[in-house]
Design a protein around this ligand. Structure first.
Ligand code: MLT
Length: 264
């Protein structure tokens, strides 16, 4: 495992390939292995950096709340450590919240943005309450209950019934997540800013991807970002839910490769 000390935590990451850097930021409650197929596809022509966000995978967690701003600062510090001034920043779901928080704080360090299965809006009042309950549940009972409840929302019914290897992979990632890390991120997602006003200020090439059957961040959320971000591209992946990079890997990778070629 490769890791560096970032403030209060040891942060694990991979750094693969050479060329213009791309940072891939995983969602909740996953880890950097979410991106294995994208690392394989992109690293032939790019330097691909994949962190485990604080509290996830092999990275240490912190007490309390892991805000999206803090996670974005962790990514910026990792880039400093690796001598990377500017990169394409890509995030899926919570990783997208972190990518938007990164753009807000460090716009000059963003060459291009990739926003997959994510949204710009903050949580609703009910959404925040659910996050608080989920954080307590994770700490009291561990991740199994959360994994069982989330799985049908993460994947299409067809994936759930016909692609056991994907179901197992997603479930295993969730079960490996440390409850403390999940709880800190849940509190952080609940506190996150509404980034809708930021969208009109985004002035870098932006690709938005979403599974046509995404039940967590539905297509409408991506359409809203697409309309607000000037010149952005939108790819809707058929037969995919929330974890569209795993359910439609070839199409997802193709869209990324084309975008990276055009935005370079
Ligand atoms: C994720 O996939 O990162 C989360 O489901 C996002 C969320 O809960 O808002």
């Amino acid at each position: 495992m490769t890791s560096i000390r970032i403030d209060d935590i040891e942060m694990a990451y991979t750094d693969t390939g050479a060329g213009r850097p791309v940072v891939l930021i995983h969602g909740y409650p996953f880890n950097r292995s979410l991106w294995n197929e994208q690392v394989a596809a992109l690293s032939a022509g790019h330097r691909v950096i994949v962190p485990d966000l604080r509290g996830f995978g092999e990275s240490e967690g912190s007490e309390g709340t892991a805000t999206m701003n803090r996670m974005a600062q962790d990514v910026a510090l990792l880039m400093d450590h690796l001598g990377i001034a500017r990169a394409t920043i890509a995030g899926l779901s919570m990783g997208g919240y972190v990518a938007l928080a990164f753009y807000k704080q460090f716009a000059a360090r963003v060459r291009a943005l990739i926003l997959a299965d994510t949204r710009a809006q903050a949580d609703t009042v009910e959404g925040k309450q659910t996050r608080a309950q989920q954080a307590e549940k994770a700490l009291a009972e561990g991740m199994a209950g959360i994994a069982d409840a989330m799985l049908p929302k993460l994947l299409t019914p067809e994936t759930v019934s016909k692609r056991p290897e994907i179901v197992k992979r997603v479930r295993d990632m969730m079960l490996k997540t440390k409850p403390k890390g999940a709880a800190a991120a849940l509190r952080g997602m609940a506190e996150r800013d509404d980034q809708t006003p930021l969208l009109a200020k985004i002035a870098v090439p932006t690709l938005i991807l979403v599974g046509a059957e995404d039940a967590i961040t539905p297509v409408g959320d991506s359409e809203q970002m697409h309309q607000a971000i000037a010149g952005s591209g939108l790819v809707v992946l058929e037969n995919a839910g929330h974890v569209s990079n795993l359910e439609r890997t070839d199409e997802f990778n193709q869209a990324l490769l084309e975008f990276l070629q055009e935005s370079n």
